[in-house]
Design a protein around this ligand. Structure first.
Ligand SMILES: [Fe+2]
Length: 333
């Protein structure tokens, strides 16, 4: 009798165990990522279960779950979350083959994989700003735009920008920049899209943002259709290498808790496939990291974007606390 029951239990659980899905914790939003996950499933026959949330929330969850976490992959929006996960020992090492493609942007540890990047930019209302500054450091001197600039002091990419400013030009220069900007009475927003709509409608002349928000508002993406098609708003890139052109990667890593590392690595490799990289460029307006990936006309060609962008060692983004302290000190956080 026992044997029969055991056999039955085996028959019932074995196929289930085999079909256990790959569990991905994704800080990337569902609308942007879901179609790609479905394509991966269709091509590989591997089922994927995604838990969506904010990077920071998912990172805390991973810490709380510890070794019992069901997660196989952590896919994040921000380099800070990836570095913190790496420093907390959550990521397993990745094989050389997967790391080779985006090697020049990857962390020295080799424990997570950059997938795409975004650029910090100055969004400009056409016609009213004839000569935008060549460096973001010169923005506070533009007194003519007092009260006409938008920014998002509590938004993660802005915080990352301040971290880069501190790392490159020092604490004092970062403080001076923040105070100089404050003296221009910029309008503070909690999110980027409303700020860009104000820019499109003429309530602002300039806005510090990420490149894809300008494109989302003008051309649309999976998250929303164009909210201001044809708006007289354009992207201004500062001079090549200026810290105002900070590049911020999104990326993913295989977790130490992964039940089947090879399967999780296959998911990461897929994110760097021609198909997925093209998807990010055309559907999400992000810069692909795979050399030779075509980009839509409203994005810079990849090599040009790389030439202009400013890259900071990923490790620097872990020291967010010191940046938050500075932002609190000047009354912005
Ligand atoms: Fe964003």
């Amino acid at each position: 009798m026992h044997r029969v029951i055991l056999a039955l239990v085996f028959l019932i659980t074995a196929p289930l165990a085999f079909a256990e899905p790959l569990v991905v914790y994704s800080g990337r939003s569902k609308v942007l990522v879901e179609p790609l996950v479905r394509r991966f499933e269709a091509e590989t026959g591997i089922r994927v279960q995604v838990r969506y949330g904010k990077d920071a929330q998912l990172f805390q969850l991973l810490l709380a779950e510890g070794r019992r976490s069901p997660a196989d992959v952590f896919w994040a929006n921000s380099v800070g979350a990836l570095v913190r996960a790496e420093e907390a020992g959550l990521f397993a090492p990745l094989p050389e083959g997967i790391r080779a493609l985006p090697a020049r942007f990857a962390p020295a540890s080799g424990r997570w994989l950059p997938v795409t990047f975004r650029m910090r930019v100055l969004a400009v209302r056409e016609g009213v700003v004839p000569e935008p500054p060549a460096s973001v450091l010169d923005l506070p001197a533009r007194r003519a735009y007092a009260g006409r600039i938008g920014w998002t002091p509590r938004y993660s990419s802005f915080v990352d920008f301040v971290t880069a400013l501190r790392a490159v030009h020092g604490e004092e220069a970062a403080r001076r920049w923040l105070l100089g900007m404050r003296a221009l009475r910029p309008r503070a927003y909690t999110s980027n899209v409303p700020m860009l709509l104000d820019l499109a409608q003429g309530a602002l002349d300039l806005a510090l943002t990420n490149h894809y928000y300008v494109l989302r508002v003008k051309f649309g993406d999976l998250k929303s259709g164009p909210k201001a098609p044809g708006a007289p708003v354009k992207i201004h890139h500062f001079a090549p290498g200026d810290v105002g052109n900070l590049a911020l990667v999104t990326g993913a890593g295989v977790l130490e808790t992964a039940r089947d590392r090879a399967r999780a690595e296959r998911f990461l490799a897929f994110l760097l496939s021609e198909e997925a990289q093209g998807f990010f460029a055309f559907e999400v307006n992000e810069y692909p990291l795979r050399p030779g990936t075509p980009t839509p006309a409203h994005l810079l060609p990849l090599e040009e974007a790389l030439r202009r962008s400013f890259w900071l060692d990923p490790g620097a983004f872990a020291r967010i606390e010191e940046t938050l302290r500075l932002l609190r000190e000047v009354g912005l956080y």
